[in-house]
Write a protein that binds this ligand. Structure first.
Ligand SMILES: Nc1ncnc2c1ncn2[C@@H]1O[C@H](COP(=O)(O)OP(=O)(O)OP(=O)(O)O)[C@@H](O)[C@H]1O
Ligand SMILES: [Mg+2]
Length: 251
């Protein structure tokens, strides 16, 4: 096991055609921790996660995953992480089971490991017999459940989940949050996730960072942030953090 932290992010900056999406983002994620990046639409969550996953480059700043850079195409990084995109196109004509088997074959060392990955994902997806149907017949939430299962079955040391429960109904949101927590408890892995559902992250995350307009305005345990801002819940704490940062009218 590598000695360094699962994730260190330092002073990320990124502009798209003159729009400053990230204006100096820094945070760390520890072993066995679920860390939530939370903020409103356009805050820079997906941009941060895509940089961490090595899919896009920052203009400046650094990312280290167990001491390694995701920007260099190092296969060791690819083995350590797994990324759940915000919106994923899936191969429409594959069945859910074909899809899981395809991913398992890419990641597993041998047939036995591939089979145990698929068995785990079948159970976790909760899709039962529908796994034999083509993906084009799946609802949005069914695709999401399949993708979460596929993302975690490869046993990443750092799972990067962009709005994991987006599009899920209340029941399946609760189930998936439980699965993410259980995964971390069993494996000691780290999770970086994004959400704009502050109540969800209050339940799920050990620590959170509030991000607004490309800037992290507060970081801490949910309880600490509520206390710091004298807030009843994280939504309230976020509003107060925006006020304190002098960003009123800039959400
Ligand atoms: N490919 C792109 N081209 C141009 N601008 C982009 C691109 N991707 C993101 N942006 C801009 O960067 C900023 C941050 O976007 P980002 O997708 O990171 O936000 P987000 O926090 O994930 O929002 P959401 O909650 O809506 O998913 C926004 O102003 C967005 O318009
Ligand atoms: Mg996003």
């Amino acid at each position: 096991m590598p000695q360094d932290k699962p994730l260190v992010v330092r002073d990320l900056r990124k502009s798209y055609d003159g729009v400053e999406a990230l204006r100096g983002v820094s945070f760390d994620v520890e072993e066995g921790e679920i860390f939530g990046l939370i903020g409103p639409n356009g805050a820079g969550k997906t941009t941060t996660l895509r940089i961490v996953a090595g899919l896009i480059r920052p203009d400046s700043g650094e990312v280290r995953i167990y001491g390694l850079s995701p920007q260099t195409g190092d296969v060791r990084v690819k083995r350590l992480i797994s990324y759940l995109p915000e919106e994923a196109g899936v191969y429409k004509n594959l069945t859910g089971l074909d899809f899981l088997e395809f991913i398992a074959e890419v990641y597993a060392e041998d047939g036995g490991e591939a089979q145990s990955m698929v068995d785990w994902a079948r159970r976790v997806s909760g899709l039962g017999d529908r796994l034999r149907d083509p993906l084009r017949t799946y609802s949005k939430g069914m695709k999401r459940r399949l993708l979460i299962a596929a993302t975690l079955m490869t046993r990443p040391r750092l799972a990067i989940l962009d709005e994991p429960t987006s599009g899920l109904d209340v029941y399946h949101s609760v189930v998936m949050r439980g699965i993410i927590k259980e995964y971390v408890r069993e494996t000691g892995a780290a999770v970086l996730l994004s959400s704009h559902n502050m109540l969800e992250v209050e339940y799920l995350c050990d620590r959170v960072a509030f991000i607004n307009r490309g800037v992290i305005i507060a970081t801490g345990k949910p309880g600490e942030l509520k206390e710091k801002y004298g807030a009843e819940n994280l939504e309230d704490a976020f509003i107060k953090a925006v006020e304190e940062a002098g960003m009123v009218g800039q959400v």
